[in-house]
Design a protein around this ligand. Structure first.
Ligand code: AHR
Ligand code: AHR
Ligand code: AHR
Length: 481
């Protein structure tokens, strides 16, 4: 059985079922998600390998070979057509054209399920999906349940990495107009024990960690790589549950009455569905989604416990984030451009600016050092890499406003994430393309001889699709110095 078969048996059927990694019904053979590739803007659907099975990641890899791919649709497996698509502007506008949010890279969150490769949805700040015309979702004070399997190590404190029920207008229409899972370490409204991240309920104008606004010590900080986050709500009753999605059982972090602040009892749920954003399209949050559902009716704890067992049996596990030229931590490398007309240029720095410069073995020692980088384990994720300046030890290549800079490692989560990169086989067939861990749609790119993290077509000049594959492919060799 799949999770939605279990909910159906419990008389709280799924009315939305979303996953890029696997079918959530044992009989489901339809499309899981759609990807669009950068080379020709065509799309294809990715389906399970077999009924009820894991996504056919190899089909994605073939379709996306030598180009970039975005996840354009996360299909609803429930049959209600509650698909998730690029979120439109609302109270806040997204970074994409016409105020839409960004779409997620199709390769930012590789995992295995029972040893078979699949891809989750790695959502950088600015990324969001929604369906503002969903059918069968709870409205008003009606009861619903939901769970989401997330990457417990990918979060931030911005508003709001959510999955669940929200406003149909993408604007804040008042307390109680949402009921969604939140995951992160925002303390703007509520918090739990420790420093987070926490599972909270986004009920609009409030992230709730327990019976009341603010801190509720019963909601623990979580450190699981894979988290199962559960929220459910009905008339004057709601709950937060959670656990390790890779082993063990669920715990109940809160179960009880609605908040007493006005507007939350009864609720005024509107029935849209959001992923990765707040109800008003607040889009500063980050997180990774693998699978999740929403139900009609208030699921029993026993039903949710069976779903947890099903998720654990799916055996989520991490897998490699890199390919291309092998890198050795501690070694010095230099990175040469492959764009025709620029092939004598290497990634270097001039002060804090990261650029390309013509470098050779007869260049000055100073320039050779400026174009040499010590490979370090990724500061935010040791499955990827960071690049420390040979002539300025302690300073690393980071992105800031999507430009690359040389910056001292100040020990912050932001610096670590901005300085972590995951190389893959070069998009033009040469060397490596160096993907940002935190913005996996974006790669090291030279543009007018300056370095950026660029996406393949996007709102910035340096996102130009012209010459993209060449500008993001680098031949990596032993460092000059
Ligand atoms: O409830 C927290 C957030 O407040 C909601 O997600 C958003 O709509 C509002 O800004
Ligand atoms: O480079 C994009 C973002 O810009 C970085 O993650 C952040 O530090 C800065 O605001
Ligand atoms: O960085 C040099 C060139 O500048 C890039 O190849 C091109 O895309 C841009 O015009």
């Amino acid at each position: 059985a799949g999770p939605c078969d279990i909910y159906a048996t419990g008389n709280t059927p799924c009315i939305a079922a979303h996953s890029t990694t696997r079918a959530l019904y044992s009989a489901y053979t339809g499309a899981l998600y759609q990807v669009k590739r950068g080379s020709d803007s065509t799309t294809t659907d990715i389906s399970p390998l077999s009924a009820g099975g894991v996504a056919n990641a190899a089909a994605q890899d073939t379709f996306c070979a030598s180009t970039t791919c975005l996840i354009t649709i996360i299909y609803d497996q429930s049959g209600r057509g509650n698909h998730l698509k690029q979120a439109p502007p609302g109270g806040f506008s997204g970074p994409e054209a016409n105020g839409y949010d960004n779409l997620a890279s199709a390769i930012g969150a590789p995992v295995t399920l029972n040893g078979q490769k699949a891809y989750g949805v790695f959502m950088s700040p600015g990324t969001g999906y929604s369906n503002n015309a969903a059918s069968g979702t709870a409205t008003g004070d009606a009861a619903e349940g939901m769970y989401a399997v997330l990457d417990g190590t990918h979060y931030n404190d911005a508003c709001c990495f959510d999955y669940g029920n929200a406003e149909v207008s993408s604007t804040d229409t008042g307390n109680g107009h949402m009921e969604a899972i939140y995951y992160g370490n925002s303390t703007s409204w509520g918090s739990g024990a420790g420093s987070g991240p926490w599972i909270m309920a986004d009920l609009e104008n409030g992230l709730f960690s327990g019976s009341s606004s603010g801190n509720n010590a019963g909601d623990p900080s979580l450190s699981y790589r894979f988290v199962n986050a559960v929220i459910k709500g009905g008339p004057n009753l709601w709950a937060i549950r959670g656990g390790n999605a890779a082993s063990g059982s669920l715990s109940t972090y809160y179960s009880g009455a609605r908040p007493t602040a006005s507007g939350y009892n009864p609720m005024s749920k509107e029935g849209a569905i959001i992923l990765g954003i707040g109800g008003d399209n607040s889009n500063g949050a980050q997180g990774t989604f693998y699978e999740g559902v929403m139900t009609s009716g208030y699921p029993t704890d026993a039903t949710e416990n069976s779903v947890q067992a099903n998720i654990v049996a799916a055996k989520y596990a991490t897998t490699s984030l890199t390919s291309g030229t092998a890198l050795t931590v501690g070694s010095s490398i230099s990175l040469r451009a492959t764009t025709s007309g620029y092939t004598t240029r290497y990634i270097a720095h001039t002060g804090a600016t990261i650029n390309t410069q013509v470098v050779s073995s007869s260049s000055t020692t100073a320039l050779q050092q400026q174009a040499s980088w010590t490979v370090r384990a990724g500061l935010a994720n040791s499955a990827c890499f960071s690049f420390e300046s040979v002539d300025t030890p302690g300073s690393f290549i980071r992105h800031y406003n999507f430009a690359l800079l040389l910056a001292a490692n100040d020990g912050t989560k932001a610096l670590h994430e901005d300085a972590t990169f995951c190389p893959q086989t070069g998009l033009n067939g040469q060397g490596s393309s160096i993907r940002s861990w935190s913005y996996p749609t974006r790669y090291f790119r030279h543009y007018e001889n300056l370095l950026y993290i660029a996406s393949n077509g996007g709102v910035h000049t340096f996102d130009s699709a012209t010459s993209f594959n060449d500008d993001v492919s680098w031949v990596i060799s032993t460092g000059f110095a």
